[in-house]
Design a protein around this ligand. Structure first.
Ligand code: GLT
Ligand code: MN
Ligand code: MN
Length: 388
């Protein structure tokens, strides 16, 4: 039996808002008593996490006095020192307070946009104070219920202007911090701007400092749109933009469930873990999920342990997949290196194009060949089911 206990090198992190979730939903109130940030750090230390991330207001309530803020920070710092937990990521809550009902950086009211910038600069300072090197932007309210209310092009421009401003702020302060944009298609707004990781990647290329901005894809957010999450992650990785990742699970077409990692679509979770491990992704494995509403705080620990344990089991399965002789033999057949076509590929040249145009292809013969993906997939499934 392998050891599936989390270690610091696994970089497992949780947000204060995840293990601190008290189970409110649109139909019912809290089912768990709130815990202080320091208590949550101790809970995460107990289950073996590497780090803890926070929104400004997870740590310091929006109306806290400077003295209250100082006291909370001291207690939080003490808990970090005691447990050895790190703060790899921080973010701003730009969605909870009523002022953000029409958005933050994209709100129509300039006072709201200015306040959102001010709040984010303060939150960046707070993140930097605790050593955060990734700063996440999730535009929870950046969207509309009705397109009569806002010009989407104007919204994109406002968002760009805000991010350019904040990049300059980080540079000005000389913080060692990168920005990671997190997409979501809807909820809490009817429709949100830049709804997928792909949209975010395109948007980043239009910024003044594209090098310091990447993405924070979340499993649930892409699955809500019915997309293949791993493909979005792969695109981000290939572009050098996978700065952070939010792991959880989600049934497509439903409200944002933030389920325990791997609890819904094991196969997708497997290919995701396999991808992250294969390419050597070195960032945080952040679980942005919460325990079922049925749970007390013991159940919250079960939830947190479950996320990490499932990741490690799938990591082991990925290694097993690579070491499986039959699977590798089949892959070898699939990836037959047909060198006869090599001269047609690569950089364009007129002579190459002419030669390729003159080449004849036996379409029927090529198409007749079965690809054995059924066998390959079944072997993968059986490996996941534990019978290989
Ligand atoms: C909120 C959201 C998450 C984001 C968090 C960061 S807040 O819980 O559902 O997906 O990552 O702002
Ligand atoms: Mn998230
Ligand atoms: Mn979510």
């Amino acid at each position: 039996m392998s050891d599936y206990s989390p270690k610091p090198e696994h970089k497992f992190t949780f947000g204060l808002w995840t293990v601190g979730n008290i189970g409110r939903d649109p139909f019912g109130g809290a089912v768990r008593d709130p815990k202080t940030p320091a208590e949550l750090v101790r809970l995460l230390g107990e289950v073996g996490a590497y780090g803890v991330n926070f929104h400004d207001n997870d740590l310091i309530p929006i109306d806290a006095t400077p003295a209250e803020a100082e006291k909370i920070k001291q207690e939080f710092r003490k808990a970090l020192d005691e447990t050895g937990l790190k703060v790899p990521m921080a973010t701003t809550n730009l969605f909870y307070d009523p002022i953000f009902k029409d958005g933050a950086f994209t709100a129509n009211d300039p006072k709201v946009r200015a306040y959102a910038l001010q709040k984010t600069m303060n939150a960046i300072d707070l993140g930097a104070e605790f050593g955060a090197q990734v700063y996440v932007f999730w535009g929870g309210r950046e969207g509309v219920e009705t397109d009569a209310s806002k010009d989407p092009v104007e919204a994109i421009r406002r968002n760009r202007e805000a991010l350019n401003f904040l990049c300059e702020y980080v540079l000005d302060k000389k913080y060692a911090m990168k920005l990671a944009l997190e997409a979501k298609p809807n909820e809490p707004r009817g429709d949100m701007y830049n709804p997928t990781t792909g949209h975010m990647l395109a948007f980043i290329t239009t910024l003044d400092h594209p090098d310091m901005v990447g993405v924070n894809p979340e499993v649930a957010h892409e699955h809500m749109s019915g997309l293949n999450f791993m493909h979005g992650v792969a695109q981000a990785w290939e572009a050098g933009k996978l700065f952070h990742i939010d792991l959880n699970d989600q049934y497509p077409g439903r409200y944002d469930q933030d389920l325990r990692f791997g609890s819904r679509d094991l196969k997708a979770a497997f290919f995701l873990v396999k991808f992250l491990e294969d390419v050597g992704y070195a960032g945080s494995r952040h679980f942005d999920a919460h325990a079922y509403r049925t749970e007390d705080f013991e159940g919250v620990k079960d939830f947190a342990r479950g996320c990490m344990r499932t990741y490690l089991i799938l990591k082991e399965k990925a290694a097993q997949w690579h070491a499986d002789i039959e699977i590798q033999e089949l892959l070898g057949e699939i990836d037959t290196l047909d060198s006869s076509m090599a001269s047609f590929f690569g950089k364009y040249r007129a002579a190459k194009a002419a030669a390729l145009k003159a080449q004849s292809f036996d379409r029927a013969a090529i198409a007749r060949h079965g690809l054995k993906y059924e066998r390959l997939d079944q072997m993968t499934i059986e490996l996941l089911l534990g019978v290989r």
